[in-house]
Design a protein. Structure first.
Ligand code: BG6
Length: 473
């Protein structure tokens, strides 16, 4: 009972949040590089404020991040010490194609990831690779407008073909777009979209979404052609949506809100735009332009598995007085839940609900590829952190995940918690919002030695993995 044999345990990171080395190895500039820490970040990542280059007034945390670009061997060895059997990471597109529209890839970038994957294999760690995790070459944004332009499909296809061919046999598990629904909430970060005054945001977002959906289906096609062993997944920023009250208006609003996010996965997992989406896009006058053949591509190349991040559930109310801002999602406060230091609700039971809801909807194998607690850590002079709060959070969530598997029968492939090593926050750009089992000596403005040290949770997670999720004490 409990987790099946071979269940994959590990952690997840994204290139821009940990690598640094932004101008090394022939790498080009990306959207994620120019997102600063501080109050201006929100306007930049949502595409409201154009920031296409560095300026002197801001600090850009992705430039150096935690220097994993140079330290990946040391970091992967620490993951192996915890017993990881899986490591989810992302490719920086601009290491492979610095501008994005070249015909030939950058060998130095390809060699870098090849060595990283080999290092994983040496430690018996299965790499799970996100092809784009909030990552778009700046040149493609300046020259083509990012994913609003259909040309992006061709550039992405080329990237995929190169990756699948080069890493055949080394990588088997792929995710096409991280949190694809994030395009609705942070379009610059999610799809390299920056708005001009007077533009219809929804029309642009859904056009870009269509391009990403077609690109994702083509990536799945190519992956299977290159190696039938490849398994390709989509990736949703998940979280069941609760109505704030049982008023039918709130219930309906919750359903609509859930559908807004499920829309993407409905297409990727079932192979067609669902009727509710077609009607809604038509009604709002934002139906994306499709080309002949798109529908067939979407239908023929659905994903092999569905992956998702889970941090919290959402709560929706039709009462304007109930609206609060949290994460990049708007909603109402749930009075039954405690919140993290960053105001994110903590809802372990909602994790079980969400896992079941996703499985009911898609009936495909599932993979939890992000879950974790961002918190302020206070290290002692040796960099040791007594992070019982993190252990408590993860324990409660893993317990609920076990119930989803054991009691509800959901086929779950694995669990990669978010940020096994402290890294830059995607939402705020801070280092202070830490998720890791491994502490990294670096602050919000880039000060610190970058030294790594084990927190209390490091030994705890090692025990969890060794017991295949049985020993959560
Ligand atoms: C997910 C992203 O939205 O949440 C990660 O895929 C991100 O990139 C994670 O880091 C946690 O969010 P944050 O804002 O705390 O970094």
């Amino acid at each position: 009972m409990g987790f099946p044999e071979g269940f994959l345990w590990g952690g997840a990171t994204a290139a821009n949040q940990c690598e640094g080395g932004f101008d090394e190895g022939g790498r080009g500039l990306a959207n994620v590089d120019v997102a600063p820490v501080g109050p201006d970040r929100a306007a930049v990542v949502t595409g409201e404020r154009k920031m296409f280059a560095f300026d002197d007034e801001h600090f850009y945390p992705a430039k150096g991040a935690i220097d994993m670009y140079h330290r990946y061997r040391e970091d992967i060895a620490l993951f192996a010490e915890m017993g990881f059997t899986c490591y989810r990471l992302s490719i920086a597109w601009t290491r492979i194609f610095p501008n994005g529209d070249e015909l030939e890839p950058n060998e130095e970038g390809l060699a870098y990831y090849e060595d990283l994957f080999r290092c994983c294999r040496e430690h018996n760690i299965e790499p799970l690779v996100t092809i784009t995790h909030f990552d778009c070459p700046m040149h493609l944004i300046e020259e083509y407008g990012g994913w609003r332009n259909r040309k992006m499909i061709e550039f992405y296809e080329r990237l995929c073909r190169v990756l699948f061919t080069r890493y055949k046999g080394l990588v088997r598990y792929w995710l096409t777009f991280n949190e694809i629904n994030m395009i609705l909430h942070a379009p610059f970060m999610g799809a390299g979209i920056c708005f001009e005054p007077g533009e219809d945001h929804d029309a642009i977002k859904y056009q870009a979404a269509h391009h990403e959906l077609v690109a994702s289906a083509l990536a799945t096609k190519i992956a299977h052609e290159v190696d039938p062993e490849n398994k390709v997944g989509c990736m949703l920023a998940s979280g069941s949506v609760y109505p704030r009250t049982c008023s039918p208006d709130d219930v309906w609003a919750a359903m609509e809100y859930a559908r807004e996010n499920y829309f993407f996965i409905d297409v990727q997992a079932r192979g067609a735009y669902p009727p509710y989406a077609l009607k809604r896009l038509e009604r709002k006058g934002v139906m994306p332009k499709m080309e002949r053949g798109d529908e067939e591509i979407l239908a023929a190349h659905t994903v092999d598995f569905v992956s998702f991040s889970y941090y919290n559930t959402r709560c929706v109310s039709t009462d304007p007085a109930e609206q609060v801002e949290g994460n990049l999602f708007m909603g109402a406060r749930n009075p039954y839940l405690e919140e993290t230091q960053w105001g994110w609700p903590i809802d372990p039971k909602g994790f079980r609900t969400t896992i079941n809801e996703i499985y009911d909807r898609y009936q495909k194998p599932l993979f939890v590829v992000e879950n974790g607690l961002g918190a302020v850590d206070e290290p002692d002079e040796n960099g040791y952190v007594e992070d019982d709060y993190r252990i408590d959070y993860l324990r409660a969530h893993i317990e609920q995940m076990r119930l989803a598997v054991e009691e509800d029968g959901v086929p779950l492939m694995g669990y990669t918690m978010w940020g096994p090593i402290d890294l830059v926050s995607a939402g705020t750009g801070e280092m202070k919002k830490r998720y890791g089992f491994i502490y990294v000596d670096r602050d919000n403005l880039g000060n610190g030695t970058l030294a790594r040290s084990r927190k209390k949770s490091f030994a705890w997670y090692k025990k969890v993995i060794a017991s295949n999720g049985e020993d959560l004490a």
